[in-house]
Design a protein around this ligand. Sequence first.
Ligand code: CP
Length: 318
Amino acid sequence: MNGWNRKDLLGLEDLSREEIELILESATSFKEISTRTVKKVPTLRGKTIVLFFFEPSTRTRSSFELAAKRLSADTLSIATSSSSIVKGETLKDTLKNIEAMQVDIIIIRHSSSGTAKMLSECVAPSVINAGDGCHEHPTQGLLDIFTIKEKKGKVEGLNVSIIGDIAHSRVARSNIWGLKKLGAEVTVCGPRTLIPQDIEKMGVRVTTDLTQALKGADVLNILRIQRERQKAILFPSLREYAICFGVTREKLNRFAKKDILILHPGPMNRGVEITPDVADGEYSVILEQVTNGIAVRMAVLYLVAQAGGVEEQSILEE
Ligand code: CP
């Protein structure tokens, strides 16, 4: 086998450096498929993949669906608002019913941390975490790291600053786990109220001064303020946040390296955490992240399906 034997992908905390590198290498092969006239290979023909999103999503949901379709899998999207969960059925019962329909992979996004893990322990199909509360968003972390590696040629030794609402960000957590395993130095920056108390235990540097996060950084990963997850008022106003922590061209010109890379997982709040000229400017790889997301998710689907019994074959076969 190729070194992957996990049925599920729940988070980057669980993965070894070798497993992360295997996903990134596989994604490099899969990326080429999306440039073909016929963007389809038969790798997962006959497999059924269910997308279950309990929170809004533009990128992750469509990216997983396209990744599955480009591998020739059958997909089923379940809208929670029109499912029997609104009649009082539990999530576990719903998933047991989906399991009874002989599906192979369940992709789930949920507002509660730990939901993907809980489900992975009670259903046989592979479970892929598409974001659970403030906990992890492993495929976002992987596509961010893939994009950094593609642009910088390496991850080891790079200085990556993650700026924004660290406390409520599953993207921050998956980035930190993955980047640290691959040897990057990670700084987190934001208002003290948006940085978890014990974040240093993850091996990151902490600053509340944006200038310090910009100086010496090779990569900025800029996060949005997740007001939907905040239970209290944690900073005075968006205007003040933008003044203190918003990344602008003027601040980049003054403090950042000339070859800095700007990432943002989306959705962006233009004019708050990032100005439009930075989002659309020459340092930005935000839309390339989205392109790479499909390749990374194709790799993840392929690997978990293999662990679940798909025959190993050339992934590029037409
Ligand atoms: N980055 C991300 O998870 O975006 P969506 O919420 O649109 O899926």
